[in-house]
Design a protein around this ligand. Structure first.
Ligand code: FAD
Length: 547
């Protein structure tokens, strides 16, 4: 929908947008913001969708930002672009923060092939990927508080597969579907696929096979195998593919890693209004597969062995894969909270790092977050859009030393988020699901038990290296040591037998590299993991050239 009071500009943008997009989208143009709001209301009543609003900022009737704010209430998922002159850039930048504006387009936008179409293509592509029309895809029916239901939702969310969740206790369609398919409640959760096939109490691998995820490799031998498809692994995959290496990436759970669970990454270069972890993952996967990289998922590497100059990976499905080099980018995993009741209620109201999959179930509830880092802050912001109130429980007296400034500012401005400082969760209480939590003030010792709709735990992470039986040098916390850090180890000379020094990201075993959060000294950021992934491929090249 295009809105501009200046008829010349309106005609120009209408012509350019129609030329490119008229076959896929209906283009509505108007010179009145009030009329545009009326049209948007009518579309809403007819159950139609708006993909994109492009509005001029300076209009006598109402400013573009005001129009966008009102139109977004009707169509929150529509992409929002502001047409601005240089003098309005400040207003546009403010709108990126306050209205989640997706882009501001400077007038004039000639040539459209360079300045208009790439932006609109990208935004409409994003919209298409996240937009679910009248639902025809996978349906999951189950009990909200069943850990297996949570696991299935989390698995599909992580693998970017849209689904519709039907709570048997709340959704009357769920009962109808059970009757239709002759399914008994004791067989829940069930997954109903588009083709009518049903999986009862399914394991992840069964779902993976059904949705076409690959668990066997095409080749017997690779130049490089990347273990873990978080940002580091995905970047290595893209560079491996573009540089002509026969590349395989193996992922245990869902591509995207920790970043994939992030509701909004705001500090990744090139995305001024932020992007979700799911979007980043989808873009990276598309890029990697375009360059011929193979992905096996879900499938985990359980061991590595070496034979002459080759490395052999043993996979959880019994397969073995040979490769000339390896990049270990297995990242970190959440630390668990060792508090009374937490383990028993895990997946039934207590969740580790899965704010996105469970946000809808938090509607109108009071939810609690444990942890004061950026991941906790992002989860709080995300959940505040669903829950009645979000409480962040931290040991320290403030978030200042643990959370980025931009997130603290956002939290301070959000009225339904509160901080419970100097405190810990002392107990999680509930029969079949979380009902209450007890919070203890560690300064006064005072305890208070309060109703809790959900508890999300983000209390730091440990490296995923337990599975490595091979003698790879690790620091005292289990992070993999690489490059010059290896010299510190007394054993280094005993293990390293080459004349050259190890390359910067190389482990103590030649040809096995490590990148991202799993590496000792890593920066724990998406950008640094991506940088290390790309760098690892360059070093793999140097290694391969020397053997
Ligand atoms: C909720 C949240 C929000 C965040 N927000 C930001 C942010 O806004 N900005 C920012 O810069 N950083 C952010 N971070 C940090 C950032 O996501 C991490 O630094 C980054 O994801 C690290 O990437 P990685 O590839 O090294 O590891 P990970 O992302 O941890 O990925 C490792 C992958 O390896 C897989 N794996 C593990 N073991 C095996 C195995 N044996 N076989 C196969 N696969 C295996 C895992 O399943 C996982 O997918 C956030 C983190 C979280 C949790």
């Amino acid at each position: 929908m295009l809105i501009d009071d200046d008829i010349q500009v309106l005609r120009a943008i209408q012509r350019d947008v129609r030329n490119k997009f008229r076959e896929e989208y209906k283009v509505i143009a108007t010179d009145s913001a009030a009329e545009a709001l009326e049209s948007a209301k009518e579309l809403k009543m007819k159950n139609e969708e708006v993909a994109l609003f492009i509005s001029d900022q300076r209009m006598p009737e109402m400013e573009g930002t005001v129009f966008i704010e009102q139109a977004s209430k009707l169509f929150p998922d529509a992409k929002k672009v502001l047409l601005t002159a240089y003098s309005d850039i400040d207003a546009a930048i403010k709108a990126i923060n306050s209205l989640r504006l997706d882009f501001y387009l400077l007038k004039p936008w000639n040539p459209p092939e360079e300045k208009l179409y790439p932006v609109l293509n990208d935004l409409l592509d994003d919209w298409q990927n996240n937009f679910i029309p009248e639902f025809e895809g996978i349906k999951i029916i189950g009990y909200q508080w069943s850990p297996l239901s949570h696991k299935i939702k989390d698995f599909l969310t992580g693998n970017l597969i849209p689904y519709k969740w039907l709570d048997i206790e709340l959704n009357k369609d769920a009962g109808e579907l059970l009757k239709l398919h002759k399914i008994e409640t004791k067989e829940l959760p069930v997954v109903i696929f588009e083709d009518g096939n049903i999986l009862k109490n399914p394991a992840e691998n069964d779902i993976a096979a059904k949705i076409g995820l690959k668990s066997t490799a095409l080749e017997e031998f690779y130049d490089v195998v990347i273990i873990g498809a978080g940002p580091a692994g995905l970047a290595a995959a893209v560079y491996g593919g573009t540089e002509g290496l026969k590349t395989l990436m193996i992922e245990k759970k869902a591509p995207g890693g920790q970043a994939g669970t992030s509701s909004r990454i705001e500090n990744y270069l090139g995305f001024p209004s932020g992007l979700s972890g799911a979007d980043l993952t989808r873009r990276a996967l598309t890029q990697a597969s375009r360059f011929g990289v193979e992905l096996l998922s879900p499938c985990h590497v359980i061991d590595i062995s070496t034979k002459d100059k080759y490395k052999i990976l043993s996979l959880s499905n019994g397969l073995q894969i040979k490769t000339r080099s390896i990049i270990i980018s297995t990242g970190v995993d959440y630390r668990t909270l060792d508090t009374k009741g937490i383990n028993e209620l895990s997946g039934a109201g207590v969740y580790y790092g899965s704010a996105t999959a469970e946000a809808h179930s938090c509607k109108e509830k009071n939810v609690y977050i444990v942890g004061g880092g950026n991941s906790a802050g992002q989860a709080a912001m995300y959940l505040s859009g669903y829950a009645k109130n979000v409480f962040i429980v931290i040991r320290k007296s403030s978030l200042d030393t643990t959370m980025s400034h931009y997130l603290i500012e956002q939290i301070n401005k959000t009225s339904n988020i509160s901080l419970i400082a100097n405190s810990v969760v002392a107990e999680a209480i509930g029969e079949k699901r979380l009902e209450c939590i007890t919070i203890e003030n560690i300064t006064t010792g005072e305890r208070k038990t309060t109703e809790a709709g959900a508890l999300f735990i983000f209390i730091g992470a440990k490296p995923v290296t337990d599975w490595i039986k091979l003698e790879i040098s690790k620091d005292s916390k289990g992070f993999i040591e690489t490059g010059r850090d290896l010299f510190k180890s007394e054993n280094f000379k005993k293990v390293w037998k080459l004349e050259r020094d190890p390359y910067p990201l190389e482990t103590c075993l030649p040809g096995i590299f490590s990148a991202g959060d799993v590496r000792a000294g890593a920066m724990n950021r998406v950008a640094s993991a991506v940088g290390e992934g790309a760098m690892a491929i360059k070093l793999v090249h140097e290694y391969l050239a020397g053997i």
